[in-house]
Design a protein around this ligand. Structure first.
Ligand code: AVJ
Length: 313
């Protein structure tokens, strides 16, 4: 549940997105309440969704190399730690005295502490990425390096311009010699991507539709989930997968705590998430523009995915 102060924020975002002229949208952060987070964990196990396994494989096979490229005793901060499963190999290889998982989900942070508490001093920071990274950086002693982790291709949820602004803001929290390990999903054939984002068992559909259920639960909405369907589209020009919810009929939906009602035409969609896919050169360019040097780039070939080690200059 959102805390009361944030409930207004949630209502404001939902109203703004659903009443926008043109394409209706919902903020993708809305996907991750307790139910949505559990559904996402299930997605990572699907045979069609190779992304998380590729991310974990690269980390496992290159953790020692990574450790050799960093100063001894580097502190680790992770943006969006989730349950911390992928991070284990990094903490084992480093080793680090101090690990700051940063997440807005208290449940995820608790799992992280339970999972990794034996490997480092784990200090959870329950807040947004940049705010948390700033706090973690302030805790580093002079001369003590910081390794920030941004795994899983979460950066793909940003529009390209916003992604480069975000990386620049990450860079601004770091000092020369600090590093960022960035996971990015790579462009691959559209049929593989579409299968990954529209799995036949319907887990991704449930993940997407849960957004409407959440609006019903938390904001007094009256969405009829059965009158919307999950759609995944490959937008070639924008190089991204888009998740939409498509109205099957003409209908009107009210959301009482957001003080609004909205009409849908049959076939009209709500854009709920964008997942940009990258080319290796694009990662290098955006990193450089943000003030990082590309020190290493590792790839998984089974499911094209890249892990880039970026050094703050
Ligand atoms: C967690 C943002 C990396 O974009 O692949 C999975 C979320 N959405 N299936 C992704 C997601 C639909 C995922 N990220």
């Amino acid at each position: 549940m959102y805390a009361p102060a944030l409930e207004n924020e949630l209502a404001r975002e939902v109203r703004a997105g659903l009443t926008a002229a043109g394409q209706k949208t919902l903020p993708c952060g809305l996907l991750y309440d307790d139910i949505g987070s559990a559904l996402f964990e299930a997605i990572t196990l699907l045979p069609e969704y190779g992304l998380t396994r590729a991310d974990a494989r690269i980390i496992r096979s290159h953790a020692n190399e990574l450790a050799e490229m960093l100063p001894r005793g580097a502190v680790v901060a992770e943006l969006g730690s989730g349950s911390g499963v992928k991070t284990r190999a990094i903490l084992e290889a480093l080793p680090t005295p101090l690990y700051f998982p940063i997440d807005v989900s208290r449940a995820a942070l608790a799992r992280c502490v339970a999972e990794l508490g034996a490997l480092a001093d784990v200090e959870p920071i329950e807040t947004t990425y940049l705010e948390g990274l700033g706090r973690a950086a302030a805790r580093c002693a002079p001369g003590q390096a910081l390794l920030a982790l941004f795994l899983g291709s979460t950066i793909g949820n940003f529009e390209f311009d916003a992604a480069s602004d975000f990386l620049a803001a990450v860079r601004a929290c770091l000092r020369p010699g600090d590093a960022l390990l960035l996971g990015t999903d790579l462009v691959k054939p559209a049929d593989r991507l579409l299968a990954a984002y529209d799995d036949p068992a319907g887990v991704t559909a449930a993940f997407n539709l849960n957004m409407l259920a959440r609006i019903n639960r938390e904001l007094g909405g009256d969405f009829n989930l059965r009158s919307f369907e999950h759609v995944a589209r490959w937008n070639r020009g924008a190089q991204r997968i888009e998740m939409h919810l498509r109205s099957r009929v003409r209908q009107r939906v009210a959301v009482s705590l957001a003080n609004m009602a909205v009409e849908f035409e049959p076939g009209e969609t709500i854009l709920t998430e964008v997942c940009h896919k990258f080319r290796l050169g694009q990662v290098r360019r955006v990193a450089r523009a943000a003030g990082f040097r590309l020190a290493a780039q590792w790839r998984d070939l089974e499911w094209p995915f890249a892990e880039s080690l970026l050094m703050a200059e």
